[in-house]
Design a protein around this ligand. Sequence first.
Ligand code: NAD
Length: 245
Amino acid sequence: MSLLEGRTAVVTGAARGIGLAIARLLVEEGAAVVIGDLVEADAVEAAKSLPGTALGVRCDVTVEEEVVSMLALCQQEFGSLDVVVNNAGITKDKTMRKMSSDDFRSVVDVHLYGAWLGTKHASLAMREQAEGGSIINISSISGKVGNPGQTNYSAAKAGMVGLTKAAAKEVGHAGVRVNAVQPGLIRTAMTAAMPQDVFESKLADIPLGRAGEPEEVAAVVLFLASDLSSYMTGCVLEVGGGRNI
Ligand code: NAD
């Protein structure tokens, strides 16, 4: 029996990387999935590559109308909105000395404001459903410990933890669960952009001795999306190979 048979999900920033691995696993477990990403053609292509029911749409998570229409599309096409994964993200790493206000604001905008828009509008829709729903915010270990060169990203990812816990308290009565996942060092385009020596130095801090794969983050998201976690809300699950525990 699949874990998400008959359910529906929206995953943002899912044209590639961790988001795509999440979308693939949710589809494999029986969910009908909407992929939202910045470039429509990439989202459509990613949806086509999945082994089940999936649609791709353009959605910039910082634009409220686009978030609202992406969520509405899931309801219109698939009949409900059961799972929303706020995964879209960018990095603009620099020390504070070199970081501009725009570098700070744009990163906070995509991660924190984007996740707030997704959480707000998903919970508004889900609270009208008898079964409620599950919202999962992709934070980062960087939001737990703070990384030099990431004052923007660490602030945004820590903010997502506060958002997750506050929202969980507001909407739990309606059967809507809100949880967060904090990946550590995961092999994607985002980390491929890191200088090799920085990547290697991070490996030294990981008790499991290796970087994680997007599928290993997806497995934890599946757990939070499914009824296996039915009594969990406001939780932050680390997927970091033991890094920074
Ligand atoms: P990635 O760069 O491979 O993919 C990010 C996706 O988000 C891209 O498809 C991009 O187009 C999309 N995106 C960017 N801005 C957007 C916007 N405004 N609206 C909609 N989509 C947008 O990154 P990834 O490594 O797969 O990261 C996914 C998430 O996981 C991010 O939130 C990231 O911060 C988080 N994370 C990643 C790691 C890691 O090691 N890779 C670690 C911790 C947390």
